[in-house]
Design a protein around this ligand. Sequence first.
Ligand code: KG4
Ligand code: ZN
Length: 341
Amino acid sequence: MKRINSCPLILGIESSCDETAAAVIRGRELLSDEIASSAATQAKFGGVVPEIASRAHAEAVDEVVSRALENARVKKEELDAVAVTYGAGLLGALLVGLSFAKAFSYGLGIPLIGVDHIRGHLAAAYLEDASLEPPFVTLLASGGHTAVLYTQTWDTFRVLGGTLDDAAGEAFDKVARVLSLPYPGGPHVEALARTGKNVVPMPKMLKGHGGYDFSYSGLKTAVINYVHTKQQKGEPWEPSDVAASFQSAALDILVQKTVEGARETGVKTVTAGGGVVANGYLREKLTDACRAAGLDLVLPVKKHCTDNAAMIAAEGLVQYRLGNFSPLSLNAEASIPLVRK
Ligand code: KG4
Ligand code: ZN
C-alpha cells in the first residue's frame, strides 16, 4: 500500500443512476470531470429503466475513467486512492462502478473508499470553496432525498428535518408528467415556470408547528387535482402558472427551513447540494435569504449539484483524511439511511 499523502490524487467514480461519471482531484483541486449519460435513452421510457442503466454503465465506464485520467494528465499509477459510490441507488448500476473501482484498487495497491452518494452531494461544496470546513448547515434536495442537515465535524452530521414523503426532485418529476413535460422533469418545470405567475393556490407545505418537517405529497396531489378538474370541466388553464405556483410552493419552504436551521445551530455558513439545487429560482432565493440573514452561502456550480463524480472524489478526500478505507468485500446498497444509528 502507498503511504498516506497530505494532498492526495483521488479518482472518483459514480454510477448510482443514469450517469456514468469519473473525476480526478488533487487535494481539493479538480483536475478532470467526465460524464456520460443514458438520460436521453431513459427519457423515451419516462423514467430510469434499471437494466438499460446497468448496460449503459458497463459500456461507458472504461472510456469515462480513461478520459478522466487523460484530461487530468495523470497516470493511474500516480493515484493515491479510488473513491466510488456504493449506495444508495440502483443495485445493478452501482455494481458496475463498484466492481471497476475494486479492480483499480486491487491492481494498483491503493485504498478503496466507498462513498455514500448523499454524502457526496454534501461534499460538492468543498470543491466550490477550498476553505470550507464544518460546522455548516446544508440544504440537500435531490431526486431521492430532501432534508436540512447539520454537519458538525468532518464525520458527524445530523438531520434537522426534511420531507415526510416524496423528495423535492420526485415532486418536480411527477408534476412534469402531469404537465406533459419530458423526464427528468425539474429543468423543464423550471423553464416553463419562467413565463408563469404564482397565482394558482397551493396547499401549505409545513407539517406540525415550528418543526422542520414538510410534505410534498399534498402539493403533488393539489397540482394533479387542479389540472384534472380544469380538463374535465373544459375550462382554460395556464400550464406556466401551474409550474410557477408549484415551484415557489415547493422551494420557498426549503429556503425558509435552511435559514432557520442555521439560526438554531448558530452556524455562519450554509451550503447546498443535490439535483434540485441546480434550479435557478431556488439558487436566487437561497442567495437572497442568506444575504439577508448575514450567512455565508457556498453554492456548488450547477453541474456539481446533479449527479457527478467530482463530488464523490471530494467526499473520498474527507474519508481519506479520516483514514476510513473500505474492504474489497464492500457491497452495493440500494438504500442507506441519512444517518446510521
Ligand atoms: O441529485 P440528482 O441528480 O440525483 C439524485 O441523487 O436523485 O437529482 C435528480 C433530481 C431529479 O428529480 C430532477 O428532476 C431534479 O433533481 N432536478 C431539478 C432541476 N434539475 C434537476 N429540479 C428542479 N429544477 C431543476 N433545474
Ligand atoms: Zn444524486
